[in-house]
Write a protein that binds this ligand. Structure first.
Ligand code: NDP
Length: 315
């Protein structure tokens, strides 16, 4: 297996990774960044980003990530495609294996691997993968023009996906397990007032059916404490928007994570318990999970890297 030595390895290409690359690049650290499974991160599968400061008219997620990438490249960041498949953080230099075929030996690591969409865990989700089941409305919504779809979830993502789909499909059902939405008030209002969206509170999807693709969903509606009603609803597409799992598995033997898998850092900093290893963005943020907070934490991680290298005479 080939080995390459670097001073700073950034894993992941969302706002946290690119912000870290911009800052470490400008500090002449020559960072190497591996893009990971989803180059550009979660924002590349969203629609418009309206709350990233500096864009009064909003910006598409793809455009924002392209701009961040170009900005990082301008300062010398070496951006590569590849996935970190294992990690040895037991001693410095830390060893990160890429695509099971190459080892990067690095003095510092910024883990900005983000989080991945969760599924309900129904067998039918796999059975109908690519045949009506999706975790990304902006990727797959186009296929459901003038059709009927369901979105599962009650958070901001679910509302955003439902609204996006309502612009394409003729009818959108939002399947919510609780009697209320968890989303922000503004998103709740948009969903509740949309003529093409019907919210099904206290409903759970328990299966899907269809001959050559999804034709419907088996639903259970809770009624009071002990009663439930089971019925089928005809749909053409089934979209999951029930949250994400942080991509921290390969680091868990060395650093602390919470019960969900979010990396635990020293309060208010991106420092993990391994010196020189920092975590930034959604992989370490169960609370805010915004592009701007991710970018901010990437900046903090980069400053920490610079200070660490300097303190250890590694610059
Ligand atoms: P959330 O964790 O906020 O919401 C997940 C939703 O899925 C909840 O309604 C939850 O239900 C439901 N859910 C979870 N598991 C299941 C299950 N097994 N069966 C049925 N329903 C389930 O995740 P989001 O992805 O929506 O949002 C993540 C973060 O990103 C939030 O902080 C959000 O505010 C932010 N965000 C902000 C946006 C913006 O500002 N433009 C856009 C999108 C996200 P329950 O409530 O019952 O737990």
């Amino acid at each position: 297996m080939s080995t390459e030595k670097v001073k700073c390895l950034i894993i992941g290409s969302g706002p946290a990774g690119y912000a870290a690359a911009i800052y470490t690049g400008r500090a002449n650290i020559a960072p190497v960044l591996y893009e990971g499974i989803q180059p550009g991160g979660q924002l590349t599968i969203t629609t418009d980003v309206e709350n990233f400061p500096g864009y009064p008219e909003g910006v598409s997620g793809t455009q924002l990530m392209e701009d961040l990438r170009k900005q990082a490249e301008r300062f010398g960041a070496d951006i590569r495609s590849g996935i970190a498949t294992s990690a040895d953080l037991s001693k410095r230099p830390y060893r990160i294996t890429i695509d099971d075929e190459k080892v990067i030996e690095t003095e510092t690591v910024i883990i900005s691997t983000g989080a991945t969409a969760k599924y309900l865990g129904l067998e039918d989700e796999q059975k109908y993968a690519g045949m009506g089941v999706s975790a990304c409305a902006t990727c797959d919504g186009f296929f459901y023009r003038k059709k009927t779809v369901a979105v599962v979830g009650g958070g901001d993502t679910a509302c955003e996906e439902a609204i996006y789909l309502a612009g394409l499909a003729k009818q959108v059902y939002l399947i919510v397990r609780k009697p209320f939405l968890r989303a922000s008030k503004i998103m709740q209002a948009r969903v509740m007032n949309h003529p093409n969206i019907k919210v099904l509170f206290e409903h759970n999807a328990v299966g899907l059916y269809g001959e050559n693709g999804v034709e419907g969903v088996h639903l259970v509606k809770r009624q009071g404490e002990c009663n439930e009603e089971r019925y089928d609803l005809a749909i053409d597409g089934f979209f999951l928007a029930i949250g994400h799992k942080p991509n921290s598995d390969i680091f868990k033997a060395y650093i602390d994570t919470d019960e969900v898998g979010y990396i635990i850092t020293e309060a208010g900093t991106p420092r993990t318990k391994v010196p020189g290893v920092f975590a930034a963005g959604d992989v370490a943020d169960p609370h805010y999970r915004q592009a701007i907070t991710a970018a901010g934490s990437g900046c903090k991680a980069a400053i920490e890297v610079e200070r660490y290298l300097s303190a250890n005479d590694l610059l």
